[in-house]
Design a protein around this ligand. Structure first.
Ligand code: ZN
Ligand code: ZN
Length: 152
């Protein structure tokens, strides 16, 4: 797998925006840079906070609009969690999510992990699922360990 610097990656995404007829604006570049630098799951509010460190005058609604544009173009993926919160990540690789209810850690789960479930749904229910990134809630390994350690 070729290694790209974050600057290259930001530039590539800006090129995709331009190819789709979107203007290269400072605010769009700033939002993309935060997502690329973060390289994980980040909420819109966190993105806004980070962007505003460099661009204090930038409105939060601009950040939200930019995220929506990036999502429409398939550059970022939005993941809904059961508690109603959403996070964004680059859609360079699709995956599901294991979300810890206690510490908030989000672990990536390969799409293939739910292949058996897909087959089951098709065989038993004749239902064909479409691979939407999913958030499964529970306790992560660390939190389970500390729970077991509890004497109470
Ligand atoms: Zn993700
Ligand atoms: Zn945890």
């Amino acid at each position: 797998m070729a290694k790209h610097s974050h600057e290259d990656q930001v530039e590539q995404i800006m090129d995709r925006l331009a190819a789709s007829g979107k203007r290269r604006t400072m605010s769009r570049q700033a939002v993309i840079k935060v997502i690329v630098d973060y390289h994980g799951h980040v909420s819109a509010d966190d993105i806004a906070t980070r962007v505003q460190k460099d661009f204090p005058s930038l409105d939060v609604s601009t950040v939200y609009r930019t995220l929506e544009t990036l999502r429409e173009l398939g550059i970022v993926e939005r993941v809904w969690f059961a508690d109603g919160s959403t996070v964004y990540h680059l859609s360079d690789h699709k995956h599901h999510h294991l979300c810890c209810e206690r510490c908030g850690a989000v672990q990536e789960l390969p799409i293939s992990a739910l292949k058996n479930l897909e087959r089951f749904l098709l065989d038993e229910y004749g239902f064909e699922t479409h691979q939407q990134p999913l958030g499964l809630f529970g306790l992560c390994a660390d939190c389970r360990r500390s729970t077991r350690g509890d004497s109470s």
